[in-house]
Design a protein around this ligand. Structure first.
Ligand code: KG4
Ligand code: ZN
Length: 358
């Protein structure tokens, strides 16, 4: 089975063409065009993101076809009448995300679907992140076997829009056991980075400074709060942490690079300690053997190391997504479309944004 997938939920225009055979996957192409226009504004503006998706999507589609070695069909007859093959299904992100951005991908999917009579699979963006770590390696054109979905697993989803702990009871059976009450962790990285005058996108910039700080071994008294660490549930909150950093900077203006590094590192320590400790607790309570990590913040080395350490100490295994698909991409949307084509069993919270009908 061959699936063409489309992701436009935020500021990345992604299209992938993937070949599946049972439990094996071959990435024929995976193109992501990340919008750079938002850099100067420190955040993603929905109307601007939509405009960029519209401008880019046809080019991304052509590039994805080219990388896959497929000439995009030009007329309905060719594909519909079976005179030539194309793809068997189109998987598209239908939410959650920025509605104007989502519509660009959905409209593009519908046009292709109508033109060539190809069925559409509606995919939840978070299910894409959740399943992304089942891909063990990333090599275009090489067939790879998926990791099997563990019977007892917890997923930790950390992105710019979400911070969630999900109990997985098989593909398609998800129960969100904890979520953020305010800012998502990626959003907190982005906002703290702005306070430190770091360039957008900010997660990697903070983490680079934090790593530099750790390697310098500077001693500091500075310690930011660990919000909701002892809340007794699996929810998160990062806005208080962000505010305490704001007050710290107000009362202790940044003088030099060392000050910036110290704040970046202490922020990363605080945010990641809470996330890792809550993950350990969820693993224990649900008797999980595996943690499936997903989302843009999964690229964070310190988080990866701390989770690995927690896994070794507490006897569970971490499935990390390969670096190429931690951020938003169409490959993970394809994987979710393939594994859960009907998206029947997904609870409402995980479904597409409320008023979006496809
Ligand atoms: O999953 P994603 O690409 O988009 C959403 O679905 O939100 O996640 C983007 C988020 C951004 O907030 C970005 O700053 C963060 O992931 N991020 C990181 C790192 N790389 C990306 N945060 C911390 N450390 C990183 N290395
Ligand atoms: Zn995402």
């Amino acid at each position: 089975m061959r699936i063409l997938s489309i992701e436009t939920s935020c500021d990345d225009t992604g299209i992938a063409i993937i070949q599946y055979s049972g439990n094996n996957i071959t990435i024929l192409s995976n193109i992501v065009n990340t919008q750079t226009i938002h850099a100067g504004y420190g955040g993603v503006f929905p109307a601007m993101a939509k405009r960029e998706h519209i401008a880019n999507i046809q080019g991304v589609y052509e590039e994805a076809c080219k990388q896959a070695g497929i000439v995009p069909p030009s007329d309905k007859g060719e594909v519909a009448e079976g005179r030539r093959g194309f793809v068997d299904a189109i998987a598209v992100t239908v939410g959650p995300g920025l509605e104007p951005s989502l519509w660009v991908g959905i409209t593009f999917a519908k046009e292709l679907s109508d033109k060539f009579n190809i069925p559409i699979i509606k995919v939840n963006h978070m299910e894409g992140h959740l399943l992304s770590s089942l891909l063990p390696t990333y090599e275009i054109g090489k067939e790879t076997e998926f990791r099997a979905m563990p019977q007892k697993a917890i997923s930790l989803l950390v992105s710019g829009g979400h911070t969630q702990l999900v109990h997985i009871d098989g593909v398609g059976n998800y129960n969100i056991i904890g979520t953020t009450l305010d800012d998502a962790v990626g959003e907190a990285f982005d906002k703290v980075a702005r306070m430190l005058d770091l360039p957008y996108p900010c997660g990697p910039a903070i983490s680079k400074l934090a790593e530099a700080y750790r390697s310098k071994n500077i001693k500091t008294e500075l310690k930011f709060p660990r919000p909701m660490l002892h809340s007794g549930d699996y929810n998160f909150s990062f806005s208080g942490l962000k505010t305490s950093i704001l007050y710290h900077i107000r009362d202790n203006p940044i003088q030099n690079e060392d000050d910036k590094m110290t704040i970046a590192c202490e922020f990363e320590n605080a945010a990641i300690e809470v996330i890792v400790k809550k993950t350990i607790k969820a693993v224990e309570e649900y008797g999980a053997t595996h943690v499936l990590l997903g989302g843009g913040v999964a690229a964070n080395k310190y988080l990866q190391n701390e989770l690995d350490r927690a896994g070794i100490e507490n006897g569970f295994t971490i499935y990390h997504p390969v670096q190429q698909i931690t951020g938003d991409n169409a490959l993970m949307i394809s994987i979710a479309g393939y594994f859960n084509p009907n998206n029947k069993k997904i609870p409402d919270e995980l479904k597409a944004i409320g008023n979006l009908k496809v």
